[in-house]
Design a protein around this ligand. Structure first.
Ligand SMILES: Cc1cc2nc3c(=O)[nH]c(=O)nc-3n(C[C@H](O)[C@H](O)[C@H](O)COP(=O)(O)OP(=O)(O)OC[C@H]3O[C@@H](n4cnc5c(N)ncnc54)[C@H](O)[C@@H]3O)c2cc1C
Length: 520
């Protein structure tokens, strides 16, 4: 069940995710946030180290963040993401309840899981008397006797850190085995007490910690205890993508650049899911950075697409390769009938030497030859030219065909009629240069006939309209800018011809016709 397509989906509505969402929403992107409702600091009643929010309740900050993001049109929905797939132009986000959402890009801000040691009384007091970070809560317990329970390799760093907040620090090392003697000397040098006997229970009154019980029964009185648990980034739904990762002392985390971009061009990640050391302001900043970078990437894409659609960005597509492919891909492209406007205008002209530029599969050239013209057709596609030759042979018409680029073809001969019908190209084509060269091939007294699409067909899609340049007769004359002393305009008008729309119904097409005569 696919729902809507978003500019951005943010997974996780903690501070990192909401901050990214606010940024993207304010950038007027359709943004969906999906959140399973378990921010990491939900256990703490107050937060610190957050400028302007000191002592505020973490959940209050998130509630305000949601309101702010929603004010910019961000939609926040409960849900749990269990798979994300990244494709060239979009990402697909699967939710555990079967919903599927798609977006141009995704921010992963799912945070991490703290895996606490299984010690009685510890988990109950996590975020209150059992603390994870002295920057967040050290001030509030300063100068008390503080315990540090080693439960991961980060604990030794934490033990040294906590000493900054109290002269009475006790480190419980059992979970880490024997410490490196150099580390032991280091801790003792600053009067940090080391206890190797395992802690079996955290004691306290309510959420507060009053001490720990050791395996031998001894109680050590404390005014608080820190522990740096094993951290597990909540990114399992990305595992199959095999994104780049980095190994850190806290574990393996997604590798991101300074903007939070992962090794997938569709996925950014911010906050604790990539940086276990990030507190609230750092996560918030990373989210804002990721949101802005995601928007900047979409802005680039929007401009690239616009340039591509307007045709200005396509010189990298070689016209020869494009047209050859186009003819080679189809059994036949054109109807085999001559262009009605050419027939209408050229019927009354006295035959002589004729050059048909961009002859395609040769119908116009063959028609001219059949009218008595010594006709040559030129097209950039060898396949088209081969088909034209075969068609002329089959029809018993004497017409010559050349595979050459009309913009650079260098035959010095002159012609009594040079015609170019619908010399439009969705890939780079210097039409002005091609038509000026065409004019230069016209013999004195000869004519230049240009037939162009003057308006899109009635059934054209907006994309088709953007892809093609339409040329009125007046614009055509301006584009040619031929010397008025040498050239006389015999015809500059719109010609309406009948056509059949793709739905089989009759329709009309508008051709711009310009017929110029060179002075004799
Ligand atoms: C007890 C404790 C107290 C803390 N106190 C402070 C403090 O005082 N000051 C401070 O600066 N920092 C504090 N921190 C750190 C703070 O919690 C983090 O810095 C912050 O939460 C990181 O924000 P985040 O947005 O990256 O992740 P989180 O806040 O954890 O938000 C992640 C969100 O993603 C959601 N989620 C996860 N997986 C999925 C999924 N698959 N699909 C959908 N949603 C998903 C989660 O439910 C959650 O809502 C504390 C941390 C703890 C553990």
């Amino acid at each position: 069940m696919t729902q809507s397509h978003w500019d951005a989906i943010v997974i996780g509505a903690g501070v990192a995710g909401l901050s990214a969402a606010q940024m993207v929403g304010r950038a007027r992107r359709r943004t969906l946030v999906i959140d399973s409702g378990s921010p990491r600091n939900r256990f703490a009643a107050h937060m610190h180290g957050v400028l302007g929010q000191d002592g505020a309740a973490p959940l209050d900050l998130l509630a305000r963040g949601r309101e702010e993001a929603e004010a910019y049109g961000v939609e926040i929905r409960p849900g749990s993401v269990d798979r994300v797939d990244a494709h060239e132009n979009h990402a697909v986000v699967n939710l555990a309840d079967g919903r599927i959402e798609t977006a141009r890009a995704v921010v992963v801000a799912t945070g991490l899981a703290d895996e606490l040691p299984a010690i009685r009384g510890l988990a109950d007091r996590w975020g209150a008397g059992v603390l994870h970070c002295p920057y967040c809560h050290g001030w509030e317990v300063r100068d008390r006797t503080l315990g540090v329970l080693l439960s991961s390799p980060l604990g030794l760093h934490q033990a040294q850190l906590v000493r900054q907040w109290s002269d009475c620090v006790v480190v419980f090392t059992a979970a880490m085995g024997a410490l490196d003697p150099a580390m032991v000397r280091r801790l003792i040098a600053r009067n940090v007490e080391i206890i190797t006997e395992p802690v079996v229970e955290v004691l306290g009154e309510g959420a507060e910690v009053t001490g720990v019980r050791l395996s031998g029964g001894r109680v050590v009185e404390l005014g608080g205890i820190f522990t740096a648990p094993t951290t597990r980034p909540l990114d399992a739904f990305l595992t199959h993508l095999e994104l780049g990762r980095v190994d850190t002392p806290a574990g393996s985390f997604l590798a991101v650049d300074q903007t939070g971009r992962t090794s997938s061009a569709r996925i950014w990640a911010a906050g604790n899911v990539v940086n276990p050391g990030a507190n609230v302001p750092i996560s918030m900043g990373a989210g804002a950075m990721a949101g802005a970078a995601l928007n900047a990437a979409l802005v680039e894409e929007d401009f690239d697409a616009a340039v591509h659609e307007s045709g200005h960005g396509r010189p990298e597509v070689a016209p020869a390769a494009y047209w050859e492919q186009r003819y080679a891909d189809a059994h036949r492209i054109w109807s085999g009938r001559p262009n009605a406007t050419l027939v209408h205008v050229a019927s009354g002209l006295p035959p002589g030497r004729a050059l048909d530029l961009g002859c395609g599969e040769g119908a116009d050239t063959m028609w001219l030859a059949a009218q008595g013209w010594d006709a040559v057709g030129i097209d950039i596609s060898p396949t088209a030219v081969t088909r034209a030759e075969a068609a002329a042979r089959a029809a018993g018409v004497r017409a010559r065909f050349l595979a050459a680029d009309v913009a650079t073809w260098a035959d010095e001969g002159e012609f009594d009629l040079v015609t170019a019908s619908f010399l439009h190209s969705p890939v780079a084509l210097d039409r002005t240069q091609a038509l000026r060269r065409a004019a230069a091939r016209v013999a004195p007294g000869g004519r230049l006939l240009i037939v162009s699409h003057a308006a899109p067909p009635p059934w054209a899609s907006p994309q088709h309209v953007r892809h093609h340049a339409f040329v009125s007769p007046a614009e055509q004359l301006l584009e040619l800018a031929l010397d008025p002393k040498l050239w006389t305009t015999e015809l500059a008008e719109l010609y309406t011809r009948d056509a059949t729309a793709p739905n089989g119904k009759p329709a009309h097409l508008e051709d711009g016709v310009v017929l110029l005569r060179r002075a004799a």
